[in-house]
Write a protein that binds this ligand. Structure first.
Ligand SMILES: C[S@@+](CC[C@H](N)C(=O)[O-])C[C@H]1O[C@@H](n2cnc3c(N)ncnc32)[C@H](O)[C@@H]1O
Length: 462
């Protein structure tokens, strides 16, 4: 009988591996040691305080969404994270890794419990000495043993601190779960909405009835939430889950600010002539257009979105960039991007940030075709989305980034699990462009010269 700890097929390990295991270890070790030194050096070069885990305060630079790392720091961080993630798995080994990964939904559950009980808010009031589980029981009404179990598990994952046995305090990470933080909305939304439909995803993706069906109404939440077939998650949410969908809007702010600093600095916005108008198609609150107009005064913009969203964009500009309204550099327009694009003419750039990734191929082609039909020779179309890469290892770290790419791959997985949508590779986007009467002109992918986790694909009329 095989021992429990004998991984199946272990005899053939190494035979087909492209890199002999001994050199894989030493390459990773060398990469980690080199990049750790480099990371420290790059932080110093930019006058950035070394990062920390336990202190209950945000890191003044690294936790500021407007912080722009130097090109070297951006690239070094990616390599370091990729190598550290691989080394951690390598040292863990298959048994411990698989047990850990297959039970990782309990981490999601534990975050849900902590947010539901507003633990971070209670701990914030208590200050550095923190609170015991018994004291937390008094303010939450939840059994203290369950509180200990939850917070110890989260502290072991650096999401709180256990400062003495059974006594917990906030740290740099848990303060992001305090009320009002967009990351609290993100955590509340993801750990409830997604968790409820996740168990239905494997069947949904493999069942012969649904495996080839990419209609939003065929996605797992439809069944999980009992949504009738004449509604999709968005129309159902607006009617029956209004509070949760307000939470969703806030949650998107947390994700929305990521990478904007790099997109602003490294995309050649100055290459567009004076008076060029950026048409922000499906622009939401204008989260991308607003900083563009704030930083590039020679540009104008139009936020286009559904009628119900346009007031939010107006309010956002009134609060955060009133000068663009006063200078007549921004307009707001209610549209349906499944209808012909109403803006056409000279000096127009159509921008779709996180729009195409919400839709399956057929619907994406409709949206893109509507833009293509309005475009002239000199117009450009920008698709700002995650650019998926295969997990092929050219040297040591997968092109998809390993731990550095994990957030993007999780969001990609979530897109399909929740709404049958997807992030795409450059080639997949190129296919959509071709079907829509457009051609790919240039790709800006994350890397040392483009400091954003998301890429920009520039297209013109075919
Ligand atoms: C993921 S959000 C992206 C928002 C914005 N581009 C950003 O980067 O923050 C997708 C946006 O598409 C909008 N949208 C959905 N269906 C639409 C339609 N048929 N016509 C216009 N906008 C639509 C939504 O209201 C939402 O604001």
């Amino acid at each position: 009988m095989k021992s429990f700890f004998q991984p199946l097929g272990s005899q053939s390990y190494g035979k087909n591996a492209s890199i002999p295991s001994a050199s894989e270890f030493s390459t990773l070790k060398e990469t980690i040691l080199r990049e750790l030194d480099n990371y420290e050096k790059q932080l110093k070069n930019q006058d950035v305080e070394p990062p920390f885990l336990s202190e209950s305060r945000p890191h003044p630079q690294l936790d500021n969404p407007e912080f722009l790392p130097s090109h070297e720091l951006f690239q070094c961080r990616r390599t370091l994270l990729g190598a550290l993630g691989m080394m951690s798995d390598l040292v863990l080994g298959p048994t411990e890794k698989l047990i850990k990964d297959t039970l990782s939904h309990h981490l999601t559950t534990a975050i849900n419990i902590a947010t539901r009980l507003n633990i971070a808010d209670h701990l914030e009031k208590a200050g550095p000495k923190g609170m015991t589980s018994q004291e937390l029981r008094e303010v939450t009404g939840t059994n203290s043993d369950r509180i200990t179990k939850t917070l110890r598990f989260l502290s072991n994952n650096n999401l709180f601190s256990e400062v003495e046995e059974g006594r917990f305090a906030n740290n740099r990470f848990s303060i992001c779960l305090i009320d009002g933080s967009p990351l609290k909305s993100w955590s509340t939304w993801q750990t409830s909405f997604s968790l409820k439909s996740a168990p239905l995803v494997p069947e949904n993706w493999t069942d012969e009835e649904t495996t080839d069906d990419f209609d939003i109404r065929a996605a797992a939440p439809q069944k999980a939430y009992g949504i009738p077939y004449n509604m999709n998650i968005w129309s159902f949410g607006a009617k029956h889950m209004f509070k949760q969908f307000v939470e969703f809007g806030e949650a998107m702010t947390a994700y929305g600010s990521s990478g904007i600093a790099g997109l602003l600095a490294d995309f050649p916005w100055n290459g567009f002539q004076e008076g060029t108008t950026i048409v922000d198609v499906g622009g939401g609150k204008g989260a991308m257009l607003l900083p563009i107009l704030k930083n590039y005064k020679h540009l104008k913009g139009v936020v286009q979105d559904l009628e119900s969203t346009v007031p939010q964009a107006k309010e956002n500009f009134e609060t955060r960039c009133p000068e663009a309204i006063q200078e007549g550099r921004v307009e707001f327009q209610a549209i349906d991007f499944f209808q012909p694009q109403p803006r056409s003419g000279e000096k127009l750039v159509y921008m779709l940030r996180w729009v195409i990734h919400d839709w399956n191929d057929e619907e994406s082609v409709k949206i893109l075709t509507n833009q293509a039909n309005a475009m002239s020779e000199d117009s450009r179309l920008l698709i700002i989305d995650t650019i998926l890469q295969p997990a092929i290892k050219d040297k040591t770290i997968p092109r998809s980034g390993g731990l550095a790419g994990q957030t993007l791959l999780l969001v990609d997985f979530e897109m399909m699990a929740a709404i049958n949508a997807t992030e795409r590779t450059v080639q997949q986007v190129e296919n959509l462009l071709r079907r829509s009467g457009l051609v790919l002109e240039k790709v800006y992918s994350p890397g040392s010269s483009f400091r954003s986790p998301h890429g920009v694909i520039v297209a013109r009329k075919a």
